[in-house]
Design a protein around this ligand. Structure first.
Ligand code: SF4
Ligand code: SF4
Ligand code: SF4
Length: 354
């Protein structure tokens, strides 16, 4: 069963979010974006995990396969091959960040022998190739191990059945399977997932996805390279560098809404600060910015992977309003905040004063 944590999905943060990565990769149309949130059609879902691999905020999870747990188990094994026929779901579920993380610590081979004939190939195979190319692009510039993709197709007789492999675990969990079955029945009747009060509270508590924490740790362990290189932002999907142009009026929505606190501000709210390595490229800040003042930078310095910094994207002159005393971003003229100006205009209209 596919589970969604709405408090991690950016579509529940704002109706303006255009994130549809899960919907775009799903080979069986089991995920549909809605005006505010998403719907999951459990009866269509084949549990390939493609959507899990592309979700920037780790909002999706398969109930019988956890990619983070797989990562740790696989690290402790001599096995180098990751295959949808033996030890993994669809390779697309790995996602770029886990691929990079594995490429930092281990020689790995992705078994793509089954992809060309797989029923899910139309959506999932190009996604796997993109993830692999991106991961190798990053690994090559930071000195990691290249991830190989090979065709290791085995004959049907010798091939272990992936379902049986997972059943070894799920047989131990009969009670859990029963409760999952009941949840699945309930989810079939209610495909559109709502945000409850606890979820709304959780949205306010910003968090960094596990896959990003893991990448931090492994990069730290790796040690700094002799020289830093420049990556092209357009080839990256999992992080970004940004700029803010002069049209920004410090409305504050981007740094208030950013789910990972990659965007933040000072106590006086007189600057927009940005930590590139905290950015999961969910695009929410771009989507909510009314003036479209946030842009992707053209490049990403690999120095950010090893010596993360906080950049100042914009600085503002924040002063006290002479009427109400509240702080506001001053851009010239009378030192009165926009709210007091509107109130003054409304009062004038009411009393017929020019
Ligand atoms: S944040 Fe994840 S679950 Fe939400 S719309 Fe984007 S990809 Fe889908
Ligand atoms: S797990 Fe696969 S089939 Fe199910 S919703 Fe996600 S992408 Fe679609
Ligand atoms: S900076 Fe923007 S794209 Fe990056 S995590 Fe925050 S909201 Fe998402």
């Amino acid at each position: 069963m596919l589970k969604l944590n709405p408090s991690s999905c950016v579509r529940y943060y704002s109706k303006l979010s255009e994130c549809n990565k899960c919907e775009a990769i799903c080979p069986v149309e089991a995920v549909e974006t809605k005006e505010a949130g998403i719907a999951i059609y459990q009866d269509k879902c084949v549990e390939c995990g493609g959507c899990v691999g592309v979700c920037p905020t780790e909002a999706l999870e398969l109930s019988d396969f956890n990619v983070t747990n797989f990562f740790f188990e696989f690290l402790n094994q001599d096995e180098q091959v990751i295959s949808c026929k033996t030890n993994f779901v669809c390779l697309a579920a790995l996602g770029t960040e886990y691929m990079i993380a594995l490429g930092i610590v281990k020689d790995i081979v992705l078994d793509i022998g089954h992809c060309p004939t797989c029923e899910l190939k139309e959506k999932c195979f190009p996604a796997i190739e993109d993830m692999l190319n991106e991961a190798n692009y990053v690994l090559q510039t930071i000195g990691g191990k290249e991830i190989k993709a090979e065709s290791l197709v085995k004959t049907k007789e010798t091939e272990p059945n992936r379902r049986e492999f997972f059943n070894l675990f799920s047989l131990k969990k009969v009670a859990q399977a029963k409760s999952e079955f009941e949840s699945k029945l309930e989810a079939l009747d209610n495909p559109e997932i709502a945000l409850d009060a606890a979820g709304a509270k959780a949205i306010k508590e910003k968090s960094i996805p596990n896959k990003r924490k893991l990448l931090f740790t492994l990069l730290k362990k790796m040690g700094k390279p002799d020289e830093y290189k420049i990556l092209e932002n357009r080839y990256l999907s999992f992080t970004s560098d940004k700029t803010v142009d002069e049209t920004c009026d410090n409305c504050s929505i981007c740094y208030r809404i950013c789910p990972t606190e990659a965007l933040s501000t000072t106590r006086k709210m007189d600057a927009i600060l940005f930590d590139p390595l905290l950015c999961v490229r969910c695009h929410l800040c771009h989507d909510v910015c009314e003036k479209k003042s946030i842009q992707l930078a053209e490049t990403f310095d690999t120095k950010e992977f090893f010596e993360p910094s906080q950049k100042i994207l914009a600085k503002f002159n924040v002063v006290r309003c002479i009427d109400c005393g509240n702080f506001f971003t001053y851009t010239g003229g009378e030192q009165v905040c926009p709210r007091c100006k509107i109130e003054e205009e409304e009062a004038k209209t009411l009393w017929g004063i020019e």
